[in-house]
Design a protein around this ligand. Structure first.
Ligand code: ATP
Length: 576
């Protein structure tokens, strides 16, 4: 009988161990109570390049530098789910003591290669992150998107589409498209690899402008994506001045917000408010920059209401939303007979309408170059010419422009005029993204709760601490607008008087989980020691929260001793 089969007898019986260990693909190594190898299965032989007969009965620590088995033998404590790297592969191992008659008679380790699994998990994580980004993009566009699979069942819809159809995405997913949009059968289901553009369909009493695109995979149709550009055709019609039927755009010509409507305690918001107070008095052009949803329009309204022009009109033009060929007549107006279908008596443009007031050129970065030249001329000469009219008119208008694009980059790419940039950028107000001023969140949350309590006639009076913690970890790609939408969504779900974690969309919970809690320090406090302390404190709080306050587990999680954890809890005065 070989040495190997003698030693294996020491292991508690579990069937025909030899053949089990011999045929499994896992690495199996066992040691006896003296730390000598008692099992070394063929997978180990292959991987370590040694035969069982060469290593059996030898001290494991001499044969393989670290297996962890000697430690398990000494302490009697198992090591479960530990990972290690061997060559280019990643393994997960369970090491357990072998106990017979309450005595530790050895230890066994069983390892499984998980390289591929790990790669798959990383891939999945990457795909998940990309999905969040795409979802955010789709959820913050004004255009409605819906997609169906090849059998006609809805597998995706964005918020704009759900709002448009007055349904929740949950009421639409997995339903057949004809149950949701009966009229679209022909557009969605009979699409044959070609796109269909701008078809008019009816939904309730609204006309929608729908485009459909096939989703192709290796040339085969997998489904269809539908896009609704304008919520209803009246919006389009009102923009199309050249259409004889079109009504002039009804504009609310008054600024709606004041400085008090800008909520925020962060240094940066207070500094910007201070600047606004000063510059509002003068005539200078102002350029407001910041990501989408940071409050640029709100700031523009507030400058106007603070200015001596407050009683004059406040005219907003969204330069990105108006088709290039209509922008000129929109901005400068046109003379009667300037083109076929032009209105009798002609029409005043936005600059004229803003006379003695303020014109707010939103999304100025998207203004076509040809129009930039004309706006520059207004800035220089304070004069306009209606389309088709040789007569010039003096206008007294203050310009506030805003953009979420990097104008310097657009200048380098030749898409924005440098001279216009200098003319606009006399005073620059930069609004930082919400993730860089987390201290503004609680005030904004209260502000939106008050607003929605009014709109929904509800009496929500608080938000759970868990939700506030979540808000600190989330990175707010849609900024304050996204926060406002999330609170509004919660109002639709809330049952009692408190907004809880269960009222939050899963995508923000999942994204926040992947984020390290950000240090809540203002720019003046950003010395390295302060930052390190903040990160350390946050890591402690996260570990304690995720282990339900268990200090031993938290210490393990953080890779520090229990004594060190206690010291840090005391140092940072973390309440338990
Ligand atoms: N500091 C703030 N206090 C209160 N409400 C705010 C604040 N900032 C933004 N909001 C609200 O967030 C929403 C988005 O703001 P706003 O439209 O001004 O952003 P924006 O930067 O102009 O966005 P976009 O670039 O997409 O046009 C609005 O409902 C606005 O009232």
């Amino acid at each position: 009988m070989s040495l190997k089969s003698n030693l294996v007898k020491e292991i508690p019986p579990m069937g025909d161990q030899n053949s089990i260990f011999d045929c499994i693909e896992n690495l199996v190594i066992a040691i006896d109570q003296h730390g000598c190898i008692s099992i070394f299965n063929p997978t180990c032989e292959r991987l370590f390049g040694m035969t069982a007969d060469q290593v059996l009965a030898k001290p494991v620590s001499k044969v393989i530098p670290y297996t962890g088995l000697v430690k398990v033998l000494k302490t009697g404590k198992p090591h479960l789910g530990r990972k290690f790297v061997l060559g280019n592969s990643l393994y997960i191992v369970n090491r357990t003591p072998i106990i017979k008659n309450k005595r530790i008679i050895g230890a066994i380790g069983v390892a499984q290669e998980i390289t591929e699994l790990h790669q798959l998990a990383s891939e999945l994580d990457k795909v998940k992150k990309e999905k969040y980004v795409l979802e955010s993009i789709f959820n913050y566009t004004q255009e409605g998107y819906i997609s169906i699979n090849s059998d006609g069942y809805v597998n995706f819809t964005n918020r704009a589409m759900a709002d448009l159809l007055k349904k929740t995405p949950g009421e639409m997913i997995n339903r057949h498209i004809t149950d949701i949009l009966p009229e679209t059968k022909v557009h969605f289901l009979q699409i044959d690899g070609q796109s269909q553009h701008n078809e008019i369909i009816k939904y309730n009493n609204t006309n929608l402008l729908l485009s459909c695109y096939p989703v192709l995979n290796n040339g085969k149709i997998q489904g269809t994506v539908g896009r609704v550009i304008f919520r209803d055709l009246q919006t389009l019609a009102s923009m199309a001045i050249k259409d004889k039927q079109a009504k002039p755009v009804k504009q609310d010509e008054q600024a709606r917000y004041t400085l008090d409507d800008i909520i925020g305690v962060s240094q940066v918001v207070n500094r910007q408010k201070e600047i606004m107070r000063k510059v509002a008095r003068g005539p200078s052009t102002i350029l407001i920059t910041g990501e989408s949803g940071t409050g640029k329009e709100l700031f523009a309204h507030a400058v106007h209401t603070l200015s001596p022009r407050a009683k004059g009109p406040f005219i907003k033009v969204n330069c990105a939303a108006i088709p290039e060929n209509l922008l000129e007549s929109e901005l400068f107006g046109y003379r009667e007979g300037a083109f076929t279908g032009s209105r009798k008596g002609g029409q005043a443009g936005k600059f004229e309408l803003a006379h003695r007031g303020t014109i707010f050129l939103d999304e100025i970065g998207d203004m076509p170059l040809s129009m930039q030249a004309k706006v520059l001329r207004v800035l220089q000469d304070k004069e306009i010419e209606r389309l088709g009219d040789a007569k010039t008119q003096k206008v007294d208008v203050r310009i506030i422009a805003a953009t979420n694009r990097k104008l310097e980059e657009l200048i380098t790419e030749g898409k924005f005029r440098r001279d216009l940039y200098y003319r606009l950028n006399v005073v620059n107000i930069q609004i930082p993204p919400l993730r860089e001023r987390l201290e503004d969140i609680p005030g904004l949350v209260n502000h939106f709760i008050t607003k929605f309590n009014r709109d929904f006639t509800l009496k929500i009076n608080s938000v759970s601490q868990k939700v506030l913690d979540l808000f600190e970890r989330y990175n707010w790609p849609g900024n304050v607008r996204e926060l406002e939408n999330i609170i509004e969504r919660a109002f639709n779900l809330v049952e009692y008087e408190k907004i809880e974690l269960s009222h939050m969309p899963t995508y923000i919970i999942e994204q926040a989980e992947n984020n390290v809690k950000k240090p809540k320090v203002s720019s003046v406090d950003k010395t390295l020691p302060t930052l390190l302390e903040t990160v350390e404190r946050d890591a402690l709080i996260d570990a304690l929260a995720s282990t339900g306050g268990n200090k031993l587990q938290s210490a393990k999680l953080l890779g520090i001793s229990r004594a060190w954890l206690y010291k840090k809890i005391k140092q940072y005065q973390i309440e338990m």
